[in-house]
Write a protein that binds this ligand. Structure first.
Ligand code: ADP
Ligand code: ADP
Ligand code: MG
Ligand code: MG
Length: 535
């Protein structure tokens, strides 16, 4: 493939044989003289959702800007489009880029940071969406994404999850050749993530769709192919050729890319399917009787439950159903309306919404929490795996969402306590940081024999972490029921039955995978009530 003269030196992953980064002489694009360099480009394909899988700061948005025609690739030396087209001619990427240059490719784009939308748009949801309705698909999309009741609301008054759904619909409603969704899952619960995945999957029947997504379970469901993007965030990124989604995610999890002969992580991520420990072997940490919490328009009913020493309990459920309320009550930050809760425990709590303390650098913040900061255990258990070293001197109130999240996780785990509560720790983290956070939390619970409760919507994170599961059910914004922590299998069966999907385990990596609805496995698992653990 390629033009024949320049196979070895060709800067495009699509035609060159990519080896070690040292051997990558010619980037596709470099920002400035010693700036970030990107190697390779993904190729959008009609009829497919193509995923980009990799950490932040590795060039995903740069690639998207090139494919949209917004950025001309300079090959690291101020090259012309002519040269780029020559180098790529004869390849699918070359054909695509030629179209970008000659006719223009119309792209629709869902930005990563939906929180910024109210800064650039004032008006109602309807006013925003009607401007994007270029192919008459708006009413269908708005219904599927549950936006109909929000149409007359002001954009400025929307929650993160509402903004995310509006942004997804705004992008999908356009009439474009290529659609880019820069993350789908932030602020959405699992039901909404699956809904969005289905709507985007339908869009891809006739269009080319690309997604960046850090929720691996969702990416697995959504994409047909993935390009893994690896390298050093902020320095360089390499985009691999497309891989089938199963193989690509498995390679990512194992940390080794055989075709490229590259190790992207020193250790694989391990999904353990552990047999439940016998209850009698695990001492009780605390029990609580049933309690309720009433707000003006919402009631939470918590059933009687027990938390055992050293166990990690995952908490799953839709948004607006009282998970945060429950956590706050355990933390003592809210009092129940009926039923008393006297845990007699020291609790360490990481809230869902983080506020940075001004005038304090990260190191000072962490030292104030724990005297252990200088110990090698603290450094190797928390600081290194969560990439805190580079942040130590930064003021807390200047951290990005993902940086603040990682510091808050460390802060929570390093406090002396009996019970640790973490409300949505994966928010704002990229895929690599999520996998690391799961490992850190799990190891902490095991080595320090601490009990940890984690609310999250990322099924892979919950699966990696938990040995027990609490499921919340009810009607968002009205009622919620907190079922007690139960063994993973029972909890997952209840949860997945509620969503109407079944999971199998990948033979190779043991990670969970959504079964195709109506497939043989899906039908037989439903019949036997085993929504989760079947082969
Ligand atoms: P990702 O989308 O994977 O998070 P980006 O493509 O946004 O990554 O950025 C990759 C790197 O390129 C980052 O280190 C970023 O700071 C740098 N970068 C992005 N845009 C520019 C620019 N316009 N000028 C200089 N550097 C940039
Ligand atoms: P989740 O964490 O499951 O998304 P929350 O516990 O945050 O749910 O909220 C459940 C419901 O309770 C929501 O409808 C929310 O608006 C309401 N709620 C939460 N806190 C308060 C409060 N302090 N006053 C009134 N209503 C509240
Ligand atoms: Mg980006
Ligand atoms: Mg919450």
């Amino acid at each position: 493939v390629g033009c024949g003269i320049c196979v070895r030196k060709c800067p495009f992953g699509a035609i060159s044989i990519i080896n070690l980064p040292d051997e990558l002489e010619n980037p596709t694009h470099r920002y400035g003289k010693n700036g970030f360099a990107l190697y390779g480009l993904p190729v959008p394909a009609v009829g497919k959702v193509t995923g980009l899988l990799g950490p932040n700061g590795i060039g995903k948005s740069t690639a998207v800007a090139i494919l949209s025609g917004l950025l001309a690739p300079n090959l690291g030396r101020g090259a012309s489009w002519e040269e780029v087209l020559h180098l790529t001619s004869g390849s699918a990427l070359g054909d695509y880029l030629r179209r970008v240059v000659e006719k223009g490719v119309k792209t629709a784009y869902k930005p990563q940071y939906v929180d910024r939308i109210p800064k650039s748009f004032t008006g109602t949801v309807r006013a925003l969406l009607e401007r994007t309705d270029e192919r008459g698909a708006l009413s269908d999309l708005a219904e599927r994404m549950n936006l109909l009741s929000l149409m007359d609301r002001e954009i400025s008054g929307l929650s993160g999850g509402e903004l995310q759904r509006v942004a997804i619909v705004a992008c999908a409603a356009r009439d474009a050749d290529v659609y880019f969704f820069d993350e789908i899952s932030p602020y959405l619960d699992i039901y909404q993530r699956i809904n969005a995945a289905r709507a985007i999957g339908d869009l891809a029947e006739t269009k080319a769709v690309m997604v960046v997504e850090h929720d691996l379970g969702l990416l697995d469901l959504l994409a047909e192919n993935v390009h893994i993007v690896y390298g050093t965030p902020g320095a360089y990124g390499v985009i691999t050729r497309p891989k089938g989604v199963r193989v690509g995610i498995n390679q990512y999890i194992k940390g080794y890319l055989p075709e490229e002969n590259i190790r992207i992580r020193s250790e694989p991520i391990v999904f353990e399917v552990h047999a439940p420990r016998a209850e009698k072997d695990v001492p009780l940490l605390a029990g609580y009787g049933s309690f309720t919490k009433k707000y003006s328009s919402f009631v939470l009913e918590a059933e009687r439950g027990e938390i055992r020493r050293g166990e990690v309990v995952g908490i799953l459920g839709p948004n607006g159903i009282g998970k945060t309320t429950y956590i706050k009550i355990l933390a003592g930050a809210e009092v129940p309306t009926t039923g008393a809760l006297d845990l007699k425990l020291k609790v360490s709590y990481k809230p869902q919404y983080l506020k940075a303390e001004a005038d304090l650098a990260v190191e000072g913040f962490l030292r104030r929490i724990s005297k252990e900061f200088d110990s090698s255990r603290y450094q190797s258990e928390f600081v290194k795996p969560l990439g805190i070293e580079k942040l130590l001197e930064q003021p807390m109130d200047e951290l990005s969402g993902g940086e603040l999240q990682r510091v808050a996780i460390v802060g929570c785990l390093s406090r002396e306590a009996d019970l640790y509560l973490l409300d949505e720790p994966s928010a704002h983290l990229d895929v690599e940081q999520r996998m690391m956070a799961a490992k850190v939390m799990r190891r902490f619970a095991e080595s320090a024999e601490r009990s940890v409760l984690v609310v999250d919507h990322d099924i892979y994170l919950i699966d990696l972490l938990s040995e027990k599961l609490m499921v919340f059910e009810g009607e968002a914004g009205k009622t919620g029921v907190a079922h007690p922590p139960v063994e993973m299998r029972a909890g997952m069966n209840r949860f997945l039955k509620g969503i109407g999907i079944t999971f199998r385990r990948d033979e190779d990596t043991r990670r969970p995978r959504v079964n195709k609805p109506g497939s043989r496995l899906d039908r037989s698992q439903r019949e036997s009530g085993e929504y989760y653990y079947y082969a």
